[in-house]
Design a protein around this ligand. Structure first.
Ligand code: CP
Ligand code: NVA
Length: 307
C-alpha cells in the first residue's frame, strides 16, 4: 500500500521520531542521502501561493539528487477542470512522489486514493503537516526535546496550523493548548483525534477561549495569520474578532521565562503578533523557516524508504 502524508497523524509517534532524527542528520550533512539520484523527479503543485514551501521543496529535491517539477495548477489542466483523480493517475506515471498545496482536504484524499506514488500535503485548509515537522525540529533544537513540554497556540484555532499543531504536537508527546474566540475553535473530530494520540504519548490537548490562562507557564508560544489563504473576504471581521488573541509582550510574560516563539510565516506584524515579539530574542522563526528544508527532505527520504 502506498504511504501518503495527508495529515500529521499519518505518522505514528515512532515514525515521527524517525523523521525528526533524520531531519537533524540531514541538517548536519545535507548531501548524505541521495535517494532521488538519476535524477528521479518529484512534482510540486500549487493551488495557493507560497514562498517557503515552494523554495524548500525545490532546493530539497535537488539536494537529494532529484529533479523537481514545480508548477502552479492554474497553468495545468486541473485549472481547466481535469479531475483530481485523472491527474493523480497521470502524474503517478511520471514522477516518484507528488507534493500538493490545495484547498479542501478531500482533494488530497481523492488524489491519494488514485495515486500509485506517495503524496505529501503541502498545506490544505485543514492541515499543514510539513510545517509542524519543521516546528518540532525547531523545538527539539532549542529545548532539547518535545515530550512533556507545553505548546500554546493563540488565535485562529480552527485553521490548518492549529489542527496540525494539535495532531503533530500530541504525536510528539506535547501538552498542546489552543485558545481562540468562540467561532474560531477547532472541530471536535480533530480534537478527538489529537486526544487519542495524546493518550498514546502522554501528551494532552486543551481548548479554551482565555489567551492568558492558555499562555501561563507555556514553553512554546505559537500564532499564525488571522486571515488564511482563501479567507480574504472575511478579513475585516477576523481582524476584529481575533484582536484579543494577539501574541504581544504582555502574553509573553505569562509564559515560562525561557519560552520560545514560533510562527510559520508569513507574519503580519501588528495583527497576530507584535513586531517586538516577532523580532525579539524569544522568536526562533528563522530557524523554523530553515527547518522546512531539512524536515521535508527527511520526510521524502523516509517515504521513499517506506513504500
Ligand atoms: N509557512 C509556509 O508554508 O509558508 P509559504 O506559504 O510561504 O509556503
Ligand atoms: N494558515 C495559513 C498558513 C500559511 C502558511 C494559511 O493557510 O494561509
Amino acid at each position: 500500500m502506498t504511504r501518503h502524508i495527508l495529515r500529521d497523524d499519518d505518522l505514528s509517534p515512532a515514525e515521527q521520531a524517525e523523521v525528526l532524527a533524520l531531519a537533524a542528520e540531514l541538517k548536519a550533512r545535507p548531501y548524505s542521502r541521495r535517494p532521488l539520484e538519476g535524477p528521479k523527479s518529484v512534482a510540486v503543485l500549487f493551488d495557493k501561493t507560497s514562498t517557503r514551501t515552494r523554495m524548500s521543496f525545490d532546493a530539497g529535491i535537488a539536494e537529494l539528487g532529484g529533479h523537481s517539477i514545480v508548477v502552479d495548477s492554474s497553468s495545468t489542466q486541473i485549472g481547466k477542470g481535469e479531475t483530481v483523480e485523472d491527474t493523480a493517475r497521470v502524474m503517478s506515471r511520471f514522477v516518484e512522489m507528488v507534493v500538493w498545496r490545495t484547498y479542501g482536504q478531500e482533494r488530497v484524499e481523492a488524489f491519494a486514493r488514485n495515486a500509485t506514488v506517495p503524496l505529501i500535503n503541502a498545506l490544505t485548509d485543514d492541515f499543514h503537516p510539513c510545517q509542524v515537522l519543521a516546528d518540532l525540529q525547531t523545538i527539539r533544537e532549542h529545548k532539547g526535546a518535545t515530550a512533556g513540554l507545553t505548546l500554546t497556540y493563540l488565535g485562529d484555532g480552527a485553521n490548518n496550523m492549529a489542527n496540525s499543531l494539535m495532531l503533530g504536537g500530541a504525536t510528539a508527546g506535547m501538552h498542546v493548548r489552543v485558545a481562540g474566540p468562540e467561532g474560531y475553535l477547532p472541530a471536535d473530530s480533530v480534537v478527538d483525534a489529537a486526544r487519542r494520540r495524546a493518550g498514546e504519548t502522554g501528551g494532552s490537548v486543551t481548548v479554551g477561549t482565555d489567551p492568558h490562562a492558555a499562555a501561563e507557564g507555556a514553553d512554546v508560544l505559537v500564532t499564525d495569520t488571522w486571515v488564511s489563504m482563501g479567507q480574504e473576504a472575511e478579513k475585516a471581521g477576523r481582524l476584529s474578532d481575533l484582536r484579543p488573541y494577539q501574541l504581544d509582550a504582555e502574553i509573553l510574560t505569562r509564559s515560562a521565562s525561557d519560552s520560545i516563539v514560533l510562527h510559520c510565516l508569513p507574519a503580519y506584524r501588528g495583527n497576530e503578533i507584535t513586531a517586538d515579539v516577532l523580532d525579539g530574542p524569544r522568536a526562533v522563526v528563522w530557524d523554523e523557516a530553515e527547518n522546512r528544508l531539512h524536515a521535508q527532505k527527511a520526510l521524502m527520504v523516509w517515504l521513499l524508504e517506506h513504500q
